[in-house]
Write a protein that binds this ligand. Structure first.
Ligand code: SF4
Length: 378
């Protein structure tokens, strides 16, 4: 398939690995920001092919994983209201709240619907004028333009029964928070190609300069990722700290200007809580005052004060900050599996714990107590 097969080419992969081997002389910790990149790395086994000096750290770029528990619990409370149709991307339905998930609400009779776009939710609102249709507007800058557009269309069409539960976060703020933490272990970043397709990479230039870190815009196929790693290592080995674009077939310096304008029209920056990490100042979007009638939290004030309860076993905050790998979590594959998830990182299609489980990075003592076994379905 064009634009896919050539970026999974074995000969090109071998050449890039050989170039990397020649370039690297000392240990480097590189963080891939996006969960989609993490899944590609683990699925292809790239991390095990790299020169031993290169350690890949999985970053916080899984939108479902970083949606705070409080918002998940609010979504669950809203979805249980008889006057509400709650719509969301499918990933969010299995994310554990304090007591249950959205699937449990649906099983108990709540009207919870999986949609593939916020525009699907708009259509549901048109078809059900007696109900309030809420869309769970989560994600990074990638999903923000479509969510903003849905709000603009709802306003233009007078759809007063449409609302959004917003939990938007942004990548530059996450990089800032990680680099400001006292025990930071990251030498360079692979920035998320799809986020930069929307936003460009101009926002990263002050970060590279301030923290003296290379940031390389990187795609999602194995060759893309190796290309990004090679550029990052070459910068580090030669003492340069620039922003480079290793995903030029999709990303430009300035990004998609109309999409950025739609985001700015509907949203403004605000402090946001990140699940497992805490509040990061000015790290996300909220609706501008003009669009308050479409804000589900303001429409249903009964969900404002929700008490949350996170599993004490889950260390997904450390996983999302790159301080632990999923298989270092004591609950991984035991109390926590995709069937019995304790944290969002085990159920999201971009979650690091889900990647380790799905692709067999899972060992356990054999019944005989000798060595370790591996999941039979790996
Ligand atoms: S394996 Fe489960 S409990 Fe452990 S960090 Fe991942 S989601 Fe949390």
């Amino acid at each position: 398939m064009k634009y896919i097969d050539e970026y999974r080419d074995a000969d090109l992969t071998r050449k890039l690995l050989a170039d990397l081997q020649k370039s690297v002389t000392r240990p480097w910790n590189l963080m891939e920001v996006c969960g989609g990149q993490t899944h590609s790395i683990i699925r292809s086994g790239l991390d095990r092919m790299l020169p031993s000096q290169i350690n890949l750290i999985h970053g916080p770029g899984c939108p479902v994983c970083v949606t705070p528990l409080e918002l998940v619990d609010k979504a669950i409370a809203l979805a249980a209201l008889p006057e509400v149709i709650f719509s969301s991307y499918g990933d969010m339905l299995r994310v554990p709240g304090s007591a249950r998930d959205l699937f449990a609400v649906k099983a108990a009779g709540g009207d919870v619907r999986i949609v593939y776009s916020p525009l699907d939710a708009l259509q549901i609102a048109k078809d059900n004028p007696a109900k309030t249709v809420i869309f769970f507007a989560i994600g990074f800058e990638t999903t923000a333009p479509a969510n903003a557009m849905a709000v603009l269309q709802a306003k233009a069409q007078g759809l007063s029964n449409f609302a959004v539960l917003v939990s938007h976060v942004t990548v530059p703020a996450a990089i800032t928070a990680l680099m400001d933490s006292p025990d930071v272990q990251v030498d360079g970043f692979l920035a998320a190609g799809h986020v930069c397709t929307v936003m460009g990479f101009w926002e990263y230039e002050p970060l590279a300069e301030k923290y003296h870190i290379p940031i390389v815009v990187t795609g999602f196929e194995p060759v893309d990722i190796l290309h990004g790693i090679l550029e990052c290592v070459q910068e580090l080995e030669t003492g340069r700290f620039e922003v480079r674009n290793a995903y030029a077939r999709s990303v430009t310096h300035d990004g998609n200007q109309p999409a950025q304008a739609v985001i700015r029209r509907v949203f403004e920056m605000t402090d946001r809580a990140w699940r497992g990490i805490g509040v990061i100042p000015m790290s996300g979007y909220r609706l501008r005052e003009e669009f308050a009638p479409f804000d589900a939290e303001q429409r249903f004030p009964q969900v404002q004060s929700i008490q949350t309860h996170e599993s004490p076993l889950c260390i997904s905050g450390l996983v999302l900050q790159g301080r632990k790998k999923p298989d270092e979590c004591p609950a991984f594959g035991k109390q926590c599996t995709p069937q019995t998830p304790l944290g969002a990182t085990m159920v999201s299609s971009e979650g690091a714990c889900a990647a380790y489980y799905r692709y067999g990075r899972y060992s356990f003592p054999s019944p005989e107590g000798e060595g370790s076994g591996v999941r039979s379905d790996a």
